[in-house]
Design a protein around this ligand. Structure first.
Ligand SMILES: [Zn+2]
Length: 606
């Protein structure tokens, strides 16, 4: 039987009001989502979860202060009636319209309920945004500059889903899988979290879409999958399910810890991700995450030719982080007090797994502030992970996540870009003797021009290129709060340096303190213009002192030579223009009509 949501009001039962309404606005609310996707079925019902997200007074849609569901189907030119604002309650008494009905047995009617689809995409998008804001300790903007992203849960009839910056929207398609099932991408937790991450990452590090290296090309996809995977596994119900698959017993009160091996957990993670669903999505993004989970650690993969392709290479990032998650989880279970026969309460086992996934996700997001703003490599990301975590979480005794992350990447042949002061992976501190005499410490926390003054005054000490065009991207004060209550105040800023040269000027460019030169790639005409980039992330402490300067120098002959060679090899200079910017290009690899053209014509929200 094929299903398509009918354009009608959702079947929603109204939960009874609490006996006495509290006049105090609640900071958070819970909403019911599908824990992963419709294929995750337990006891004849699709597994649902109640997730906690920031509370707000919602309008019909739901439409909120950062996320607006616009339920328009461009393929059938239909609007779906949005769920009523009143079904979500008030800011003092928020309601989850599906709290009572969705977790029941035989809940496959949810597949036919466009109101539930709308709630599902709203809640997962908000949860991902909230996770970024909690991890980074500040507000995080969408890449397109507007405040509200539009989300279309039934945008078109095609096996695709993408984030579209020009539309300021995330568009989710639906399709028939050929086995009588209609698949809705908006009902897949990992796909929604993945697209949301593209929209946030592009806002935080816009230069990561520039052509640079196989690692940078892979980073956007890999990082979005890391967030998606860990988001799914920070849902208690999903971990509970995965554990029951390994131990073979549902609803057991205790679990035999010895059975929870890394390979057993890895296989069950895959089941948690709905392998069948992945097959239905073959050719689109959903399959990549599922392939990454299957990868067994090997240091050789990164050198294999197929792993230079950006989508495939991104899978290595996910596999390394998954390895870190599984080994941290297994280790943690061993250190807890087991009963005489080596068992633990099932509830506790699931809680620990969800908690480790949540912490690892927080660590991955927080690391972004410690990454260079241009030309990232996986090795840079490892150092960013380890350094940022060391700053907020000096004592890592409980889960030893830093050690597991380092080993997870090492198992795939990736090593930190830096190590300092006996700490594996730590970025080096900036040089002594920086000049702060002309900057106002207080203004330094929020003013791009003040940051520029600081950079300019210290350009020699910070080893900037004097001749390059230099621009400060952003300045953001942060108050980071660890899950254990530890707080850290930091200000993060970033700048970029750009040199534009003719091809025949490349090898003549003097590089300070070395006889090396940037190598001109073969096949370039003398007159062809080449742009080289560098830049740095500046992390200041609460007193306005620079703690870290994470940079890629614009005049780094080895790195720039490698980058230019990679661009030449990948045909970048032949095209004579920058690679297409936008995520639809990454995901539009299947056949079918041009969705972009389609949505441009039919954009109902502009
Ligand atoms: Zn993607």
């Amino acid at each position: 039987m094929t299903r398509h949501p009918s354009p009608r009001r959702p079947k929603v039962s109204q939960p009874a009001l609490a006996p006495t309404a509290s006049p105090i606005p609640k900071p958070t609310r819970t909403l019911t989502i599908l824990a992963q996707d419709p294929t995750l079925v337990v006891d004849n019902r699709m597994l649902t979860a109640a997730v906690t997200i920031p509370n707000e007074q919602l309008s019909a849609g739901p439409r909120g202060y950062r996320v607006q569901v616009v339920d328009y189907d461009a393929s059938s030119n239909r609007w779906f009636a949005p769920p009523d604002a009143s079904s979500f309650g008030t800011i003092e008494e928020p309601r989850d319209p599906y709290a009572q009905t969705a977790p029941r047995r035989q809940n496959d009617w949810l597949l036919d309920d466009p109101g539930f689809h709308a709630q599902n995409v709203y809640a997962i998008t908000m949860r991902t945004l909230a996770h970024f804001e909690r991890a980074l300790g500040r507000r995080v903007s969408w890449s397109f500059g507007g405040h509200q992203i539009k989300v279309a849960p039934h945008a078109f009839a095609e096996a695709n889903a993408f984030y579209s910056p020009p539309d300021e929207a995330m568009l989710f398609g639906y399709f028939d899988d050929g086995k009588g099932r209609r698949i809705f991408n908006c009902l897949s937790h990992d796909i929604v979290a993945h697209e949301t991450t593209h929209a946030l990452l592009d806002g935080l590090r816009p230069r990561y879409m520039e052509p640079s290296s196989p690692d940078q090309a892979a980073f956007h996809e890999g990082f979005s999958d890391v967030v998606a995977l860990l988001s799914v596994f920070s849902v208690h119900e999903v971990v509970e399910y995965a554990v029951s698959r390994v131990t073979g017993r549902r609803a057991a009160r205790t679990v035999d810890v010895a059975r929870l091996t890394i390979s057993g957990l890895r296989d069950s993670v895959l089941l948690g991700l709905g392998e069948q669903f992945g097959e239905g999505l073959s050719g689109v993004r959903g399959a990549a995450l599922r392939r990454s989970v299957k990868l067994k650690p090997s240091r050789l993969l990164r050198h294999r030719r197929e792993y230079f392709e950006e989508h495939t290479r991104g899978e290595l990032l996910v596999a390394a982080m998954l390895q870190a998650f599984l080994s941290a989880y297994q280790n943690r279970l061993k250190t807890l007090g087991l009963t005489a026969d080596g068992r633990l309460p099932a509830e506790r086992v699931a809680e620990e797994g969800a908690d480790i996934a949540d912490r690892l996700l927080t660590m991955a997001i927080r690391a972004l502030d410690y990454t260079p703003p241009t030309d990232i490599t996986f090795d840079d990301f490892i150092s960013a992970l380890l350094t940022s975590d060391l700053e907020i979480h000096p004592d890592d005794a409980r889960y030893r996540l830093r050690a597991h992350v380092a080993r997870g990447f090492e198992a795939f042949g990736f090593l930190p870009a830096s190590s300092f002061g006996g700490e594996l992976g730590r970025w080096e501190p900036p040089p002594d003797g920086l000049n702060y005499s002309f900057v106002h410490r207080e203004t330094l926390q929020r003013d791009r021009d003040e940051i520029f003054r600081f950079i300019w005054d210290n350009r020699a000490a910070l080893k900037l290129c004097d001749e390059a065009y230099t621009e400060v991207g952003s300045v953001r004060p942060c108050l980071r709060v660890d899950l254990d209550g530890f707080t850290l105040r930091e200000t993060v800023a970033d700048y970029v340096q750009i040199l534009t040269l003719r091809a025949d000027e490349i090898e003549a460019l003097p590089i300070p303190n070395t006889t090396k030169r940037i190598r001109r790639p073969p096949g370039l005409d003398d007159w062809q213009m080449v742009r080289i980039l560098g830049g740095g992330a500046l992390v200041f402490d609460e007193f306005g002192h620079l703690k870290y300067h994470v940079r890629n120098a614009v005049l780094n002959p080895d790195r720039q030579s490698a980058r230019l060679a990679h661009l030449a090899e990948s045909g970048f200079f032949d095209r004579g223009q920058p690679a297409a910017r936008g995520f639809s290009a990454l995901h539009m690899r299947g056949s079918g009509p041009s969705l972009r053209a389609f949505t441009r014509e039919k954009r109902p929200w502009r």
